[in-house]
Design a protein around this ligand. Structure first.
Ligand code: NAP
Ligand code: ZN
Ligand code: ZN
Length: 348
């Protein structure tokens, strides 16, 4: 076994603190990655605090991982020692169901994907531990190549925030001329802005925070709308072809469905802990749709990374030492992050 250091939550109500554990010895197809950076996703907070239920403790969160390969199993072909590699939100899946065969492992029908943390391996008993740690052992098939022109600390958030917004933009074929609203300007939201703008869409940030207006434009949005401003909200009725909803807490879906043009789609990626009421009339008038989307498969994640390499797209980050992780969670809850915290694992 491989002795590993990390930070873990011991329960839903305790702060994250240093934790020692072991990674498995490398199998024939495994790589060992020395973790350099790990992004901090709002899903880490939801799960560390058991807001979705079913959390497994102790929990080492983190699923936006970038590091350097330090060892490879005997049958590894995709990577060699010294390569930079990424790991996102899952590290395994059944590999044989229709979704897995289509490269949509996140929707695995054969028992579900194995999450990078807060999950059980396919043996259904070994807990997985995430990227707030010194190293990780992952099957090469669930490991990504990182374009060499991108800054590593700014790449880490692409592994979740990037793919979670890229995948629905691709699925719904968002392109030039589409009017896209991005609801919530946080980690996912700022990547949605960059990616949608890069595809030629006319992008509006819909935000509760007036102070984010200048940043929204710098990130590539064409317009900014404060969601508490009723005059602005009325002027946007029937406006958008798509709204990407990245909000992490309770909010009124019906209000935003009213901003969609006929046949428009509200794309839900934010995952608030409690159900949100929906008024059927919000959909009926205007033949509107709501669709959800979960991260992205390995094939599409690699495609997204290559796209970001080609277009020089990276996350805007604040690099923190791991000792500041609990403070970072509190700041994220207050919307005080520009626009993703990334842990420098050298501080562990
Ligand atoms: P984040 O950085 O905290 O951003 C969330 C943003 O939502 C905030 O910056 C804020 O934007 C807005 N917001 C927060 N509370 C709000 C409230 N009460 N009312 C209205 N707006 C509010 O979080 P994130 O990492 O981007 O994650 C966002 C959500 O997506 C989380 O629920 C996370 O679990 C989920 N997620 C889903 C997937 C997936 O596969 N579908 C993947 C990753 C994450 P403004 O200040 O601009 O209003
Ligand atoms: Zn995430
Ligand atoms: Zn499967």
């Amino acid at each position: 076994m491989i002795a590993t250091k990390g930070f873990a939550a011991q329960s839903a109500t305790t702060a994250l603190e240093p934790f020692k554990f072991e990674r498995r010895e490398l199998g024939a197809k495994d790589v060992l990655i020395d973790i350099l950076y790990c992004g901090v996703c709002h899903s880490d907070v939801h799960q560390a605090r058991n807001e979705w239920g079913g959390s497994i403790f102790p929990m080492v969160p983190g699923h936006e991982i970038v590091g350097r390969i330090s060892k490879v199993g005997k049958d590894v072909t995709k990577f060699k020692v010294g390569d930079i590699a990424g790991v996102g939100c899952f590290v395994d899946s059944c590999r044989v169901c229709a979704s897995c065969r289509e490269g949509l492992e996140q929707y695995c029908e054969g028992g579900g994907m194995v999450g990078t943390y807060n999950s059980l391996e396919r043996d259904k008993k070994t807990p997985t531990y995430g990227g707030y740690s010194s190293q990780i052992v992952v099957d090469e098939s669930y490991t990504l190549h990182i374009p060499s022109n991108l800054a590593l600390e700014r790449v880490a958030p692409l592994l979740c925030a990037g793919i979670t917004t890229y995948s629905p933009l691709m699925h719904w074929k968002v392109s030039t001329g589409d009017r896209v609203g991005v609801l919530g300007l946080g980690g996912l939201g700022h990547m949605a802005v960059k990616l949608a703008a890069s595809l030629g869409a006319d992008v509006t940030v819909l935000s509760t925070s007036k102070k984010k207006e200048d940043d929204a434009k710098k990130l590539g949005a064409h317009h900014f709308a404060l969601t508490s401003d009723t005059t602005v909200m009325s002027s946007l009725r029937n406006h958008f072809n798509f709204i990407i909803d990245t909000v992490s807490a309770a909010h009124d879906l019906n209000q935003y469905l009213g901003l969609l043009h006929r046949d428009g789609t509200l794309i839900v990626v934010g995952a608030p802990p409690k159900p949100i009421p929906l008024h059927n009339f919000s959909l009926i008038g205007g033949r509107k749709k709501i669709g959800g989307s979960l991260i992205g498969g390995i094939k599409e994640t690699q495609e997204m990374l290559d796209y970001c390499g080609k277009h020089n797209i990276m996350s805007d980050v604040e690099v923190i030492p791991i000792q500041k992780i609990n403070e970072a969670y509190e700041r994220m809850l207050k919307g005080d992050v520009k626009y993703r915290f990334v842990i420098d694992m050298a501080t562990l």
